[in-house]
Design a protein around this ligand. Structure first.
Ligand code: NAP
Length: 469
């Protein structure tokens, strides 16, 4: 009876997790999605504690672990900066990977407790699941630690490459497979730990050639791996819910990586082979022109305020720099003031603006920008031709026409926001530095462009002050 009830509760939790994913796919329903996820997890925890065979001591230990893990999670979540989310996610994934390794080790050394056979005589199927969970978990752990270190600037974000690197990784990958087959055939403890060591090394080697700027794709891929590792462990533990949630995380992480690659017009193989991109968050290079091109036209916040006061239609294009400067609140204030002046103000979101999917949507929602003013690329692009002003705040690559014209450019083929069609284009950035892809943006030199040099928040605050005069 208790077993049936627990299975039923797991099923309800699994449905709630699916509803959570569905909810998270749109800003208007994302809070609700989070709520579904939290209720689902609550049900899953209670159902696990009430499972038959769960001794009092076990329950006590689980509650202690929950209190420590939950406390640490809540503490970190309240303090984390929005821009530091990618590395936080990477750090959390490393823990999922490590726990998969620990569960595999526990199942290997105490198979009776898991009902998968006896020491030295573990069921063949369980050895397969265990070794896969172990290998994927270990790769996820060391890969995520490197991703965290690169994103947190604890190590250089530049790709670390050497001759024969891909062949070495391929060779080690094949060796890992061979070891897994030998382990399943023999059940040897030595092979178990060899798999762990090799997989840890492989996780490390696979991630070091990937540039800091490509890390968001890698983090989402490691997210996918951690899901598959959890699903593998779910089989070992015969835990239906772990299998379902692991598969959900695995599939959604893979889809997210695919969407990001599509938005950047790169293949996942191209990202994984690494060597692209330099240190993330390139420094300001100071204003001015570049050698043989026309000098850039730099304006003041007062100039921008004057032009926008007289504009009918303004399209705001936020990018990574807005996130760095945390300029979203003051940007909304600016939008409100301009609306009061009678202008139509819309916000154009590029699918890969910022450094993680939905980055701009989340920040604008946090600043209470109305959802109906926020437009996706396909919807807003035809409108630039009718706009008086394109207000590009901390965005660069997502506006770069080289993506349409220069076949040799790393961003060639990436869909871009056609800001240059607006009568006047403002670029708010600190200097002439390139963005994530490391390529120049010729729009800075166009006659209808005015550069507003400075920190995005500071410049926008000054525009707000000028608008209020
Ligand atoms: P971007 O091309 O990286 O440009 C951001 C610009 O912001 C920089 O040129 C920088 O110029 C400026 N900036 C930085 N800090 C600033 C501050 N405090 N105030 C004002 N400006 C500041 O960003 P994007 O246009 O948003 O494009 C995103 C890029 O990331 C794309 O190439 C995309 O492929 C890539 N990417 C995105 C994702 C994703 O999921 N969203 C994932 C992986 C990769 P200055 O230094 O001169 O100020």
């Amino acid at each position: 009876m208790a077993a049936t009830l627990s299975t039923l509760a797991y099923l309800v939790a699994a449905v709630l997790f699916i509803l959570a994913l569905r909810g998270l796919s749109h800003p208007t329903t994302s809070r609700q999605g989070n709520l579904y996820g939290m209720i689902g997890m609550g049900i899953a925890i209670v159902a696990t504690l009430l499972r038959p065979g769960m001794g009092g001591g076990g329950v006590g230990l689980i509650i202690l672990a929950l209190a420590i893990g939950g406390g640490a999670g809540a503490y970190i979540a309240t303090r984390i900066q929005m821009t530091a989310l990618p590395q936080l996610v990477a750090a959390f994934h490393s823990l999922v990977g490590l726990s998969a390794v620990f569960v595999a080790a526990a199942a290997f050394y105490a198979p009776e407790s898991f009902g998968i056979g006896h020491s030295g005589n573990i069921h063949g199927g369980s050895l397969v699941e265990m070794s896969l969970g172990l290998a994927i978990g270990a790769i996820t752990f060391s890969g995520s630690v490197i991703a965290f270190a690169k994103l947190q600037a604890l190590m250089s974000g530049a790709p670390i490459t050497f001759k024969g690197q891909h062949w070495l990784n391929l060779g080690l990958g094949i060796l890992l497979l061979v070891l897994i087959i030998a382990f399943v055939a023999s059940g040897s403890a030595g092979l178990f730990w060899l798999i762990a060591i090799l997989a840890f090394a492989l996780g490390f080697l696979l991630i070091i050639p990937i540039g800091g700027a490509d890390m968001p794709v890698v983090v989402s891929m490691l997210n996918s791996y951690s899901g598959w590792a959890a699903a593998g462990i779910g089989f070992t533990l015969s835990n239906l819910l772990l299998i379902v949630t692991g598969a959900l995380v695995g599939a959604s992480g893979a889809i997210l990586s695919y969407i990001m690659c599509k938005g950047m017009n790169r293949s996942i193989i191209n990202v994984l082979l690494g060597g692209f991109g330099t240190d993330a968050g390139g420094a300001a290079a100071g204003g001015g022109g570049d050698g043989d091109r026309a000098p850039v036209k730099a304006g003041s916040p007062e100039d921008a305020a004057y032009i926008m006061k007289n504009a009918q239609k303004i399209i705001v294009v936020p990018g990574y720099g807005m996130a760095v400067a945390q300029a979203q609140q003051v940007l909304r204030e600016m939008g409100d003031l301009l609306k009061k002046e009678g202008a139509q103000v819309e916000y154009a979101i590029h699918p890969v603006a910022g450094r993680m999917p939905g980055h701009m949507n989340v920040l604008l929602a946090e600043a209470n920008v109305p959802y109906e003013d926020v437009k996706e690329l396909e919807e807003i692009n035809p409108e630039f031709a009718e706009a008086d002003v394109a207000f590009v705040i901390g965005a660069n690559d997502v506006t770069n026409p080289a993506a349409k014209t220069d076949k040799s450019s790393p961003i060639y083929g990436m869909p871009i926001l056609d800001v240059e069609r607006a009568k006047t284009v403002f670029f708010i950035k600190r200097g002439m530095a390139s963005g994530y892809a490391g390529v120049d943006n010729e729009l800075f030199f166009r006659p209808n462009t005015m550069m507003l040099f400075g920190d995005a928040k500071k410049v926008t605050q000054e525009i707000v002050q000028a608008l209020q005069k």
